[in-house]
Design a protein around this ligand. Structure first.
Ligand code: ADP
Length: 395
């Protein structure tokens, strides 16, 4: 069985084609700059990588070129399109409707549309991906896997904002959380790694990438997470502010004569590591500049790490302790210095990092010392594989 996993963003399409016999990746790639004249598709198959530059006006042609590339005589991996048994889509927002993945039907499409105003930048391109696939391969089943689904187990005390309750009832204004696929995957992997039942473990998962969030996973269920109605809440991220005093919005609008759209852009695209450092949204650039003595980069780095540390502490309180802390995603998997800095100061709780073991990148590893009261692990995430597996299961 071959499953195509699609992640359609507003100007990009990421894809992976899995052979589910052995869960190997037959091909993967990313098409970026859709809508511009210099769209570029990077396609990897086996050890080979090719780049195709071609103006791609929209997702229709975008998905078509992905499929054409998968079928290509020279660098394709399929003989014909029917070999794709199903398509799994990453859908950002499932609102309260979707607590698990689901087979796409007309009714499901309507329900995803109905919650699109909760994720106006993300859900519409996800839906476009579904529509285009329905046209191009009408007989191939499709499955939606939602970023929010795993966090639907949060209790009301974690998901209700202390705003007039009517807004929740009327608009679904509440905390949803994101990166659910990743938090679910790495928490299950952590239990497997430790050879202990997931149901017995209290796990704090730190997904630290360009977008970043922490989750408290108690017995395999998310009971709290740092992102909220949108991915803007919580940690300091590449370009997002994370938690701020909401009064800042009015203050800044008045001082700088800004519109609400401009404020939205500032909070989502010009803040975080980029905004504070003035250098980059990429943590590698920021950490390098910090190491060279750049003051603003040092502040940005410290702010990022400190915010993660505070959330870990908060989630220990929320769960009445923790057994495991997991680091994952671009930064979590690849930045030993960031992990060390975040865990520095937890010694009073008898948590100890083994510096040598921590000097690892992108590999499942226990980085705490054997006598550490809480295990600290690096577990590489694999959201695409989860989407492929859930798609297979639902068929
Ligand atoms: P997203 O999927 O949210 O776009 P990723 O999970 O790919 O993000 O993470 C991107 C972040 O990971 C960037 O800030 C980048 O600096 C960081 N990163 C990637 N590789 C490394 C590395 N080798 N060392 C340190 N940081 C890394």
């Amino acid at each position: 069985m071959k499953i195509l996993v699609l992640n359609c963003g507003s100007s990009s399409i990421k894809y992976q084609l899995f052979n589910m016999e052995d869960e190997s990746v037959l091909a993967r790639g990313i098409l970026e700059r859709i809508g511009l004249e210099d769209s570029v598709l990077e396609h990897t198959y086996g050890e080979e990588e090719i780049e195709i530059e071609k103006g791609i006006p929209d997702h229709n042609e975008g998905i078509q070129i992905v499929i054409d590339t998968l079928l290509d005589k020279d660098h394709g991996v399929l003989e014909n399109m029917d070999e794709i048994t199903a398509v799994g889509h990453r859908i950002v927002h499932g609102g309260e409707k979707f607590a698990s993945s689901t087979v796409i039907t007309d009714e499901v499409i309507k329900q995803i549309e109905a919650v699109s105003d909760l994720a106006p930048l993300h859900n519409p391109p996800n839906l476009t991906g579904i529509e285009v696939c329905s046209k191009l391969m009408p007989d191939t089943p499709q499955v939606g896997v939602f970023d929010t689904a795993f966090h639907q187990s949060m209790p009301a005390r974690a998901f209700i904002y202390a705003l007039p309750y009517e807004y929740y009832e009327e608009y679904g204004l509440r905390r949803y959380g994101f990166h659910g696929t990743s938090h679910k995957y790495v928490s299950a992997k952590a239990a497997e790694f430790l050879d202990r039942p997931l149901e017995e473990l209290k796990i704090i998962t730190c997904h630290l990438g360009n977008g970043a969030s922490v989750a408290a996973v108690d017995g395999g269920k998310s009971i709290d997470t740092s992102m909220g109605l949108t991915p803007l809440e919580g940690l300091v991220m590449g370009t997002r502010s994370g938690d701020i005093d909401p009064a800042i919005i009015r203050f800044l609008m008045e001082k700088e004569d800004l519109t609400i759209e401009e404020i939205d852009d500032i909070l989502n695209k010009e803040s975080g590591l980029l905004g504070v450092s003035g250098i980059s949204n990429d943590s590698r650039d920021v950490n390098e500049a910090a190491a060279r003595g750049n003051k603003r980069a040092q502040i940005a780095r410290n702010l990022f790490n400190y915010r993660v540390k505070k959330y870990i502490g908060a989630y220990m309180a929320a769960m009445g302790g923790a057994d495991v802390i997991v680091f994952t995603a671009g930064i979590g998997e690849n930045a030993p210095d960031v992990r060390e800095d975040i865990m520095d100061g937890f010694e009073y709780m008898n948590i100890h990092i083994d510096k040598e073991a921590n000097n690892v990148r992108g590999k499942e590893t226990e980085i705490s010392t054997p006598d550490s009261a809480i295990k600290v692990l690096v577990i590489p995430t694999n959201e695409e594989l989860v989407i492929a597996r859930e798609t297979q299961e639902l068929l």
